[in-house]
Design a protein. Sequence first.
Length: 157
Amino acid sequence: MLNVGNPSATDIHDHYTVRYDKATRLGSTLKGRLERARVRDVLSWYLPAPPAAVVDVGGGPGVHAAWLQSLGYTEELLDPVQTHVKQAAEAGISSVVDDARRLPWPDGSFDAALLAGPLYHLIEATDRRLAWPTGTARETIGWPVPTPTLSTSCTPS
């Protein structure tokens, strides 16, 4: 089980590579397909038109990034799990292994930022504030797109 209080890099890696298949989660169950559809729907409301540059922070294996790239967006992905970054890179997505709390890009590098994972994986408010890419994305109104609420709306009470 993932140590939710203060997960180590090993905890995170093992959770997402040994015990849990993040690459198929959004396509293998009704709940996952509903979440994927809802995220895409909301992104279509808020994202600037392609070819805007979008960073997917905590983007896992690149499910959302690949879809955005297919629509003509310039996509970059950051994830702490090497396996996910490798999967995203194999799908043709520019990817980097790093921590959402330490974004490696200079301010203004992207038009929009998507945080579909870090805001609910990072349970401490200070960590969530560090992951919020203030300045990294040029658009600050409505960015990052608040997708964590989408995931919880698909979870039974």
